[in-house]
Write a protein that binds this ligand. Structure first.
Ligand SMILES: Cc1cc2nc3c(=O)[nH]c(=O)nc-3n(C[C@H](O)[C@H](O)[C@H](O)COP(=O)(O)OP(=O)(O)OC[C@H]3O[C@@H](n4cnc5c(N)ncnc54)[C@H](O)[C@@H]3O)c2cc1C
Length: 475
């Protein structure tokens, strides 16, 4: 039986925010002095600073340093309630959001809805690649990648077969955007610097790190010049950059790609493969678009929004951040933050001052940056391009500014300082659960699909729209 929708007692305007990432969290904080009650729902208990995930994957930082809990961040904001649950359904006609935590349903009635559920990894229709090449979107992903990287070296250490050792010491990263470039640089530094003296049976310096992309250059959004400089730096670090090439297969053994110039196919044996090539907006976007006349999500699942970031004729439903399609703005933290603050300001003006007219969202470009190695970053600030040590200092300043919480800033600065001076990394712990958890859950899900039951473990892992008609087992 469907639950009755609830709303906070007292009858104030109720803002429901889906997602406590950059867009959702900054929107909630901006509503601190609004005459509203806010419920922020997230399927995780933390706000994740995604741009630093690659540092968790490569042992520079620990997960807690980039993911403070949402409750802790919002503990002093009395008009916010945090709900940890996965939103599975939005009904715009009745203004109802339905979420689920391990089979326990939460049904909320909203007056305004801000949807900021971000994006997931896209394998461009080849979802079976995911079993062998994890993407990097969550703490779980970063920890799995860490376990795969360190696991490759461990296996190579005890292997007698030289061909297998070569395969184990070959790392392939697919996608040469900022995440791929940053990961490639870090894996190279691990192999050539951090782990150099830690193994006896292998020379970690012989590790091959390949970065493969379909574009003609690395870091396409940064332009030709910065792409060239970043590539040169990567090559100096020992990364082999393969451009103009589309990956056609990923399996347990390795990766195959096809050159778009020569049509030639290349297969490389590799134990550790990482996917950082594409994104797809949360399926909540399409679910909402399908309910509103004249609104259609694009191929990446992004929803076209009005100037005020509302959707179609639903003036109280806003979609922001990575889920929105607006003026071709890219999926960047600043786009989500500024969108969240803009929408919150409009709700505040509507509720506090009774204003109904809204301006158009204007994005202020604060630049984009990617770190290639220790002391070397590329930065694009409008028409200005900055590289090298100065770029690295700017990267440092910006990341310090936006990392949430004083302690996290302090600990991250300490780790970066230490990492710059010493080859060691102090966060390379890897466990079997990290390595096998995701794929084991997937197998369990497939088994349960066959039987038509759901255990708590799998129920916690369901996706938008799933699980409605499946009989749960007892907790
Ligand atoms: C590895 C990586 C590196 C990046 N590097 C940079 C960078 O250097 N600079 C930059 O500007 N941008 C970078 N980005 C992009 C940036 O992180 C995103 O643009 C930004 O996070 C988008 O904010 P958002 O609020 O739309 O979504 P997110 O920040 O992704 O937040 C979405 C939130 O919604 C929650 N959620 C999702 N679905 C549900 C559901 N059904 N129910 C409940 N909760 C849900 C998620 O748990 C998450 O907390 C990077 C992204 C990644 C993955």
């Amino acid at each position: 039986m469907a639950s009755t929708p609830t709303r906070p007692a007292g009858g104030r305007h109720h803002v429901v925010i889906v997602g406590a990432g950059f867009g959702g969290l900054f929107a909630a904080q901006r509503l601190a002095d609004a005459d509203v009650d806010v419920t922020i729902i997230d399927r995780t208990n933390h706000h994740l600073f995604q741009p630093l995930l690659y540092q968790v994957a490569t042992g520079v930082l620990s997960s807690g340093e980039i993911a403070p809990t949402i409750r802790q961040i919002l503990r002093k904001q009395n008009n916010v309630r945090v709900v940890k649950a996965e939103v599975r359904d939005v009904n715009v006609a009745d203004k109802i959001v339905t979420a689920d935590l391990g089979g326990r349903e939460v049904v909320l009635q909203y007056d305004s809805l801000i949807v900021a559920a971000g994006a997931g990894q896209s394998y461009f229709g080849n979802d079976h690649f995911a079993e062998f090449a994890p993407g990097m979107k969550s703490i779980d992903d970063a920890l799995e990648i860490r376990a795969r990287i360190t696991g490759a070296f461990e296996r190579a250490e005890i292997t007698e077969d030289p061909e297998e050792r070569k395969r184990l010491l070959t790392f392939v990263i697919v996608g040469a955007g900022p995440t791929g470039v940053e990961l490639a640089g870090q894996v190279a530094e691990m192999a050539h610097r951090t782990l150099r003296n830690e193994f006896r049976g292998i020379d970690t310096n012989t590790a091959r790190i390949l970065l493969v992309d379909g574009s003609p250059q690395v870091l396409p959004p940064f332009g030709k010049n910065l792409g060239k400089k970043a590539q040169k730096k990567l090559e100096k670090l020992g990364v082999e950059v393969v451009t103009d090439s589309l990956v056609t297969n990923v399996d347990a053994h390795g990766v195959t790609w096809k050159s778009m110039k020569t049509e030639e196919e290349t297969s490389v044996g590799s134990y550790c493969k990482i996917w950082s090539a594409g994104v797809a907006a949360s399926p909540l976007g399409k679910m909402i678009a399908d309910q509103i006349d004249g609104v259609e999500a694009d191929r990446a699942g992004r929803v076209p929004v009005n100037d005020d970031l509302s959707v179609g004729d639903q003036k109280d439903v806003y979609i922001i951040g990575d889920m929105m399609s607006y003026n071709r703005l890219p999926g960047l933290a600043q786009v989500a933050i500024q969108g969240g603050q803009f929408v919150a300001d409009n709700i505040k003006a509507q509720v506090n001052e009774g204003k109904s007219e809204r301006g158009a969202f204007e994005y202020h470009d604060k630049g984009t940056m990617a770190i290639v190695s220790r002391f070397y970053a590329v930065v694009k600030l409008g028409d200005r391009e900055i590289t090298g040590f100065l770029g690295w200092l700017m990267w440092l300043a910006v990341h310090m500014m936006f990392l949430v919480g004083f302690r996290n800033r302090f600990v991250a600065a300490y780790s970066w300082g230490l990492n710059s001076l010493s080859p060691n990394r102090w966060n390379l712990v890897a466990t079997r659960q990290q390595l096998h958890g995701r794929n084991t859950l997937q197998k369990l899900r497939e088994l349960e699909d066959e039987k038509g039951v759901r255990s708590v473990m799998v129920r916690d892992n369901l996706k938008v729209g799933e699980g409605r008609d499946i009989k749960p087992t007892a907790d």
